[in-house]
Design a protein around this ligand. Structure first.
Ligand SMILES: O=C(CO)[C@H](O)[C@H](O)COP(=O)(O)O
Length: 237
């Protein structure tokens, strides 16, 4: 039976995530556990290997409450950045990946914790299916911006003044989506970004914006899966 495209995408996500776990996780490591459907395949692979008696002393730091719940359900021992402020590696998904391995993240709303965990990691491995590859960030995906609820409409105006079409993210029952920190997410469609670092600086300088989904110079490696199998790419120097 032929896979439909979503089944195929799921297969690629799984292949990329499992290959990353097999390649990068070693005994004794402290590991950032990403959020989203691709990262969940990595968490499940780690649990499977543990069930076979491997990587039993690996400790995970989850990037969201959802990942924390999954890891606990699967019996993966967890720690915190308070106990282990430096991690060996993080494996996480992405929404859009540019050739220099800059990425947009935050489709699942975990962008702030994901960036904190990634920046605490010596190595950051992005796992993705080929559909996530893009010539320029912003081509296919908006930039999620996490804002305090205090003054959020002022942030919306500010983001529009930067050229974005802004959509406040909705959660269940059309209620505002709230992050694990209780903040709002404004999805900002800028179109293809010629200068993502300039945008990142502007977002970073604005009070009330607590995080954004531009991960620039953070990912060190990409495991990307498609019809030809899994390919490992390293961030160009
Ligand atoms: O950034 C993320 C969550 O905040 C996810 O990693 C990103 O949205 C990709 O998700 P998926 O693997 O389900 O396609």
């Amino acid at each position: 039976m032929e896979f439909d495209s979503s089944a195929r995408t799921g297969r690629y996500k799984r292949a990329a995530a499992e290959a990353a776990v097999d390649r990068f996780l070693l005994p004794g490591m402290r590991v950032g556990l990403g959020t989203g459907s691709t990262a969940a395949f990595a968490v499940r692979r780690l649990a499977t290997l543990r069930g076979q008696g491997h990587l039993l002393d690996v400790l995970g730091v989850p990037t969201s409450r959802a990942t924390q719940a999954l890891a606990l359900e699967l019996g993966i021992p967890l720690t915190t950045l308070e106990e282990h402020p430096e991690l060996d590696v993080t494996i996480d998904g992405a929404d859009e990946v540019a050739p220099d391995l800059s990425v947009i993240k935050g489709g699942g709303g975990a962008l702030l914790r994901e960036k904190i965990v990634a920046q605490a990691s010596r190595r950051v491995v992005i796992v993705a299916d080929v559909a996530k590859l893009s010539p320029k960030l912003g081509t296919h995906w908006p930039v999620p911006v996490e804002v305090l609820s205090f003054g959020w409409r002022s942030q919306l105006r500010f983001l529009e003044s930067l050229g974005a079409r802004v959509t406040p993210r909705k959660g269940a029952n059309d209620a505002p989506f709230l992050t694990d920190q209780g903040n709002l997410v404004l999805d900002c469609a800028f179109g293809p970004l010629d200068a993502p670092s300039t945008l990142a600086e502007r977002l970073g300088a604005r009070a009330g914006i607590v995080g954004h989904g531009l991960f620039l110079g953070i990912a060190t490696d990409l495991m990307v899966a498609g019809p030809g199998g899994v390919e490992h790419r390293v961030r160009p120097t």
